[in-house]
Design a protein around this ligand. Sequence first.
Ligand code: HEM
Ligand code: HEM
Length: 211
Amino acid sequence: MPLAPSKVKILVWDAPTRVFHWLLALCFAGAYLTADFDRLLGVHLTLGYTMLGLVAFRLAWGLIGTRYARFANFLRSPKEVARYAGHLLSSKAEHPVGHNPLGSVSIVLMLLSTLFIVLSGWLYVSGGPKLIKEFHEGTAAFMLAVVAVHVAGVLFASLMERQNLARSMLNGYKLGYAEQAIRWTWWPVATMLLAGAVAFWWLQWQSPLPA
Ligand code: HEM
Ligand code: HEM
């Protein structure tokens, strides 16, 4: 009988996906922490618009990026998500190499929340009514809750799968079969994304957007 192939460390997350992830997390945290201070409104807006750019990039990368970064690879119907959740604690639990179906729900919610937060923030600074401000704060609080569930989910899945998934979002590697690996890190694209963000911050530093 042939030996079952064993799992090894394989490249799963390309560099653009990782750079996108940690920039988005950083900007979200920064935008939240600066929201309450009038003096830091420029920083708040800059980080908010950076998030918009990041999500725009991610939507494109979800169409043309590497295997596990593509929406086609991880977007699931509610039925499939429910089935996955139902099996989670049983011996039938499957652990896909890419995003797991529950994780994908949080990803969609975070991407959509970002769009609503930035749109409402922009409408508010453009002279929108007080209600828009309430909506802005509400969507930001909603996304904060999703982030909390997301991080808890990452910790839980790390325990279930016996691998450090947070580290995989840093170095790109997860356990899997050799033939499941992606081939390229796509660092040139990631570097352009990073450079784009830094260039935008520099420009904002020189002449911030009028608030
Ligand atoms: C403000 C905070 C955060 C935001 C907005 C955020 C957002 C996201 C998004 C959008 C993705 C999808 C990645 C993609 O394919 O493009 C993702 C995945 C992931 N994030 Fe976060 N994240 C945050 C914090 C964290 C933290 C603190 C950790 C580590 C503990 C973490 C670990 C991960 C991991 C491991 C994945 C892959 C999950 C999977 O396998 O489905 N994230 N996150
Ligand atoms: C470019 C996008 C954004 C714009 C134009 C914007 C604009 C604003 C403005 C004008 C305020 C009201 C400040 C005041 O009058 O007190 C505000 C508050 C707030 N923003 Fe944003 N924002 C943006 C992005 C974000 C993001 C990404 C988040 C989430 C991380 C966020 C979370 C908040 C929160 C929680 C408040 C309420 C602060 C308080 O307690 O008063 N905003 N935003």
